[in-house]
Design a protein around this ligand. Sequence first.
Ligand code: FAD
Length: 397
Amino acid sequence: MSVDNALAVDVVIVGGGVAGLWTLARLRQSGIQAVLLESDALGAGQTRYAQGIIHGGTKYALTGKLTASSEAVATMPALWRECHEGVGEIDLSAAIKLSDAHYLWSTSNLSSRISGFFASKVMRARTRSLDKTARPTLFAHPEFKGQIYQLDEPVFDTLSVVRALAEPHRQAILDVAADTVQCQNNTLRLADKSGQEFQLNFKKLVLMAGQGNQALLRQLKMQEPAMQLRPLKMVMLRGGLSDTAYAHCLGASVNPRVTITSHRDEQNNIVWYLGGQLAEDGVHRDDAEQLLAAKTELSELIPWLQLEHSEWGILNINRAEVRKPDGSRPDTFFVAEHNNVLTAWPTKMALAPLLAARVVDMISGAISATDNTVLPEWQQPEYADFPWCEADRWSRS
Ligand SMILES: Cc1cc2nc3c(=O)[nH]c(=O)nc-3n(C[C@H](O)[C@H](O)[C@H](O)COP(=O)(O)OP(=O)(O)OC[C@H]3O[C@@H](n4cnc5c(N)ncnc54)[C@H](O)[C@@H]3O)c2cc1C
């Protein structure tokens, strides 16, 4: 390996999803020489599949579990909004906010249940009941008989967030050929996808590769922390949709029966993306059964929709998180350090800023920053595309 391509940096981050990119930006803002390695495209992991909802803790409040972590998440909508307005810790003014709020609706037979939830003080502070004139167009339909509430939860186009985070730091992001990475002590040897080889001497290594963290930990011969995967079977549809929708339907359990967000495909058609309990339960169904379940849910919950000419797609995707003994969702983000290696999962995209702040605290207190590393010309990764922009994901039935 040519010594010309050896350089000293403070931090190497592995993984160019929302967590790695937010952390890269915060570290570099703090004067720490950080670089990021991505082996696919930026946003290519869970980030491009996310619904983009910046949760404010309503879901936690619905479960009655109002903990410190749900208080922390309550500040996330405001933090993301400030960033989007260009006055926050990161400039996300180039990102696209799809909706300023998310909504919660109940069908008529669940009205009493929903009222019970909203009787609590905590829910009243985070939600607003909407009268008929203020409802989103979809729910202004005469057949809609339920109740609808506005939640303080903006929804972002996730890949526009990825771009806004990455663009100012493009030169610090390397398109690495994954199977070339070798780590020994505090040195990484690797090649970019053009075959050019590099040696990076680092002080801290940060693993933020989502599902890829497991293989990286194995390569580093680390047993801990353990990872869990929680699969989802998401559904998307287009055609026959005239309104966008950003809403959870509250069902009999504390998990939303279905969560809908709206996106645009390459021809600018409205795409509805369905998650919630439908996607959780869907992992026990094959694709045809899941499609039927989605159609049944929509015809029951929004009977005025005309979906005869719609196209559909099923997306199987795992959430990657730190392992919990009972396999449930961790309450908040996770980061732990072992021998200069930090391993992290944000748990939610919304929590990426909190995770990044924690990593900056852990690192800036532990190292003195290197001055003026000149980064070489290396190959930079492309940006991922949304699954709904990929033609082969769609079918008519
Ligand atoms: C269907 C779905 C819907 C969701 N909706 C929401 C939501 O509405 N709101 C919310 O807050 N959260 C949501 N989430 C959770 C959110 O998507 C994740 O918490 C977040 O995107 C994780 O980001 P990440 O950067 O940790 O991981 P990822 O986005 O998975 O990024 C990891 C990156 O690492 C790269 N990588 C992997 N291995 C290597 C390697 N060896 N070398 C280099 N690079 C590597 C991958 O290519 C990828 O780009 C959702 C998740 C899913 C699955």
